[in-house]
Design a protein around this ligand. Structure first.
Ligand code: SF4
Length: 252
């Protein structure tokens, strides 16, 4: 019998503990599928952040280290430089990579560190209770912007992926969502290309994954998906943002 669907080897056999409707589990499953497909599980090291994203180490059967808040990419850089034959990735939320870790994000991209980052953007700080994040949309109400984000007071939502596009050392940058089957398929392809950019030594790679946080958005899982599609995607447009050919030195 031909197997058409099975649990990825890299996904540990236990139920996800994320809130109902959260897409962390889906994102982590896709990463596990790609690790299996590329057969890199034995050489992969993940770096977790602080925040809901950190629990990835409970679910993926690869080596893991956890960095301080915002420092996952700095830790990943150290690991990759010490162990260049390993495939190293960080998995971070927007509060981690886009607020406290902004400096790390810009500099790893600019230096072209051969690491891959997965960036879960749910437009709030999740684990700490729904405070405004750099990615919070204008008008979006959060615990710390109860009247809605106001550009005059809080600035504009950060498009980190577009910022990192201009960094010379970034090789592959994409933004995806997991709200529809065809988008999940595209996301899996982008995750694969991001790992390949590292393996083929093209430079830094990042996949931003738009994800609902029904708990802190105060919505049902269904309404959260709708809100993501109607409000987040028009601002955080999906697609491949940068695909650099050739190796790190620009040679094709
Ligand atoms: S708080 Fe939000 S990001 Fe964290 S697990 Fe729950 S839904 Fe997901």
């Amino acid at each position: 019998m031909r197997v058409v669907f099975e649990r990825p080897r890299t996904l540990i056999k236990k139920p996800f503990t994320y809130c109902p409707g959260c897409h962390h589990g889906l994102a982590q499953r896709l990463i596990a599928e790609v690790i299996d497909e590329l057969d890199i599980g034995a050489v992969t090291i993940g770096v977790g952040p602080i925040g809901c994203s950190v629990y990835i180490y409970e679910f993926l059967n690869v080596d893991f280290v956890v960095g301080g808040h915002g420092r996952a990419q700095a830790v990943a850089t150290g690991i990759k430089r010490a162990l260049p034959d390993r495939v190293v990735f960080s998995y971070q939320g927007d509060g981690d990579i886009g607020a406290i870790g902004t400096a790390e994000a810009i500099h790893v991209a600019n230096r072209g560190e051969l690491i891959t980052s997965f960036f879960i953007n749910n437009a709030v700080f999740g684990m700490t209770g729904g405070q405004m994040a750099p990615t919070t949309l204008l008008g979006q109400k959060t615990k710390t912007s109860p009247l809605g984000r106001d550009a005059k007071v809080h600035g504009f939502p950060l498009r980190l992926a577009e910022m990192l596009k201009v960094a010379e050392g970034s090789a592959y940058i994409a933004r995806v969502a997991l709200t529809q089957p065809h988008l999940i398929k595209q996301a899996r392809e982008c995750i694969k290309k991001a790992f390949l950019a590292q393996i083929e030594k093209k430079g830094f790679s990042l996949v931003e994954i738009l994800s609902p946080c029904p708990t802190n958005w105060g919505m049902t899982p269904e309404d959260a998906v709708k809100w993501l599609e109607e409000k987040m995607i028009p601002y955080f447009q999906l697609g491949e943002i940068k695909v650099k050919e050739g190796d790190f030195n620009g040679a094709s």
